[in-house]
Design a protein around this ligand. Structure first.
Ligand code: PSU
Ligand code: MN
Length: 312
């Protein structure tokens, strides 16, 4: 089967270099914006955003950071627009259900994994790099708090490179839901599924691959077969940057307990926990977070190149 370059949805505003790369079938890597506006403190957030774009370029692909600006879905942003997302006090956290409202009200919105995946797919982008996936929250058997990232992975054809699921979530239940939803979870270069800050989680990865070409083949084969939905490519944090599970788990438990005491629920819980973990670790978790995003950007650029080679 041949893969025709898809015309981007007319409601999207693509940066010229992204539009050109897509039209020519050159590799493009989507990047999310919730990590900028709600995932890291200023100015490290905007430094990280710029640096990750440069890593993607150095890897031979075109970066496309995705966000909603003045109600318009934008695919590829300028340096000033990255700065706005990092500093503006009124940038909504936009998951799938929030897209129509933030667009109708012409607000600014930072897109999560779920909404970035969907907008990337509507633009014709097949590879997306982030830090961590959303998943099944601890206590979800009562709260029913399961990230829309998982639903989106089940239906949108984009490969998402992440460093796994943090233990602010229930990792085991997240893996179970991904299995039910038919989402391949493949860890690059390791038998163990990583837990974001750490290369360990206590869970064996459902699949392992040591070759980017093999990951690109998984994408091609999955979509050729008509198996709808994404692939979760998990890239363990580099050894020299990781935090040990012992180091991080007490901090996470503390932050989760605080969220509970303060009655924080729904879309606010993930940003709250991320912020508290940075504070409680004296910024160490932030360095680990930035290091793993860099590493994911390198893998994502290589994957986008490999996919462009097998599915022109
Ligand atoms: N995990 C991180 N950093 C992040 C997020 C998750 O380590 O920035 C963000 C991502 O945008 C992810 C979102 O898609 O949080 C999940 O939020 P929720 O659980 O509300 O779906
Ligand atoms: Mn939630």
């Amino acid at each position: 089967m041949t893969h025709h370059t898809k015309t981007p949805h007319p409601a999207l505003a693509l940066a010229p270099e992204v539009a050109e790369a897509l039209a020519a079938g050159r590799p493009v890597v989507a990047l999310e914006s919730t990590i900028i506006s709600h995932g890291m403190p200023y100015p490290r957030n905007v430094e990280m955003a710029r640096e990750v774009e440069q890593i993607v370029r150095d890897g031979g692909a075109t970066p496309a950071t995705i966000a909603i600006l003045d109600g318009v879905a934008r695919i590829g942003l300028s340096a000033d627009e990255l700065e706005l997302l990092a500093t503006h006090e009124d940038v909504a956290k936009v998951s799938i259900r929030d897209l129509p409202h933030v667009m109708a009200t012409k607000r600014h919105g930072a897109t999560t994994v779920a909404s970035t995946m969907r907008l990337a797919a509507l633009a014709g982008i097949k590879v997306f790099v982030t830090g961590g996936l959303g998943g099944v929250h601890r206590g979800a058997e009562d709260s029913m708090d399961i990230s829309a990232d998982l639903t989106e992975l089940s239906q949108t054809d984009v490969a998402v490179v992440s460093a796994g699921v943090k233990s602010i979530l229930d990792i085991g239940r997240t893996l179970e839901v991904l299995e039910t939803l038919g989402v391949p979870v493949v860890t690059y270069g390791s038998d163990e599924y990583p837990s974001f800050y750490s290369r360990e989680s206590g869970f064996t990865s459902p699949m392992r691959s040591d070759k980017v070409e093999e990951l690109a083949d998984m994408m091609r084969i999955k979509w050729d077969l008509g198996l709808a939905g994404g692939i979760s490519v998990t890239n363990p944090v580099p050894e020299e940057d990781e935090m040990t599970p012992i180091e991080i788990s007490a901090l996470i438990d503390h932050a989760v307990a605080e969220a509970e005491q303060q009655g924080i629920v729904g879309k606010d819980i993930t940003p709250f926990l991320l912020g508290r973990i940075v504070e409680l670790s004296d910024g160490k978790s932030l360095e680990t977070n930035i290091a793993l995003v860099r590493s994911n950007a390198r893998l994502g650029a290589a994957l986008a190149k490999a996919y462009a080679a097998v599915a022109p």
